[in-house]
Design a protein around this ligand. Sequence first.
Ligand code: NAD
Ligand code: IPM
Ligand code: MN
Length: 375
Amino acid sequence: FKRYSIARIAGDGIGPEVIGEASKILEATGNKWNFAIEWVDYPFGADYYLRTGETLPSSAIEEMASCHALFLGAVGDPRVKPGILERGILLNLRFHFDQYVNLRPAKSYPKVPLPIEIKGGKTLDTLVVRENTEDFYIGIGGKTEAGHIDLDLAAKRKLYSIHGKLTGDFEGKIEGAFQLGIASEPGIRRVTAYACEAAKSRGEEVITLVSKSNALPQIYGFWENMAKDEAQQHGVEVSVINVDAMCYHLVRRPDLYNVILAPNMFGDIVSDLLAGLTGGLGVAAGADIGDSLSMFEPIHGSAPDIAGTKKANPLAAILSGALLLDHLGEKGAAASIEKAVCDFLKGTEVKRMPIEFGGEGTASSVGEDILARLH
Ligand code: NAD
Ligand code: IPM
Ligand code: MN
């Protein structure tokens, strides 16, 4: 009999609604598969921040390190300036625990209405492997006021020439902002290795790398070279597609892609696009994988536009829970959740389908219906 302690941050907006339903389902699988989950709850999010001024105390991070995994709803709230909670909690955790792979499977589930018909009635089953610790997410940036920041001379010249063309002033004070993106050889190699192994276990010999080396050759040209070199060592081929063309191809023939490897920012964008193509953010699960503590979270945010209305679709959180159990080695329990979700979608009356899919099912009615189908 196993006991797992799982750190849980329900978070903001629809976070608590969807995590509540998913948690019940995880507990129920434990009863059937002979393990127990002990939740270690943390109150972090907008309310906590507005009350205390803290996002994520370091004492809590240290405590979480001894848990088996982390389960997170979403953070972000209209009352708080964008970035404070997202960087302070979510990105802080991804970076602190060096969760370098953001796994985002995009699958079409039975009877889920898709916005675009897929050629030949095919189903979608892609896996986005998003680099999760580098790129423009490293958090180095700021306001540039010439003189305050020691930009490289070439960058400074560029800044002055743009400013000068607009204002005629080539010398004075310039206000601007910058954000640095970084890609490192080990950073690219480790996530590429992960994507290659994932591809092989899916019987694939090619991965698609989302890039943009035509406009940003320094960072993404480097990405392409390193990723190709690493992939070759795994016997996998890399097909490179620029992110703009990738978006275009994805809405036309999403079935042509299997494992998609992407730098942090492009991975963020492409995974929401794929979520839309597979029926909605409410069914798109995700995992942040590292060598120590991994985190499981739906890819959607706190959805303030529907928070408190009971409209949230809990399937993404439930399926993220399945990824969590799979990661703990509870493969049977994980598969039983996935099956219960499929059985529910195949068998339920239209009325009890999630509202996102055109039904009237609330987060709690969907949760109940899945629980009833868990075997
Ligand atoms: P969002 O994902 O919260 O919502 C985008 C759209 O999808 C909204 O119309 C929303 O109602 C809908 N949606 C999302 N999840 C749904 C679900 N489970 N069921 C039904 N509909 C769903 O993205 P946003 O509006 O850009 O962001 C809102 C807040 O969440 C912001 O503060 C943002 O920074 C934050 N955010 C947090 C995370 C996270 O914590 N992992 C991820 C993305 C965004
Ligand atoms: C996601 C979110 C986050 C990201 C935000 C909230 C920082 O959009 O998990 O996809 O950009 O990674
Ligand atoms: Mn996102």
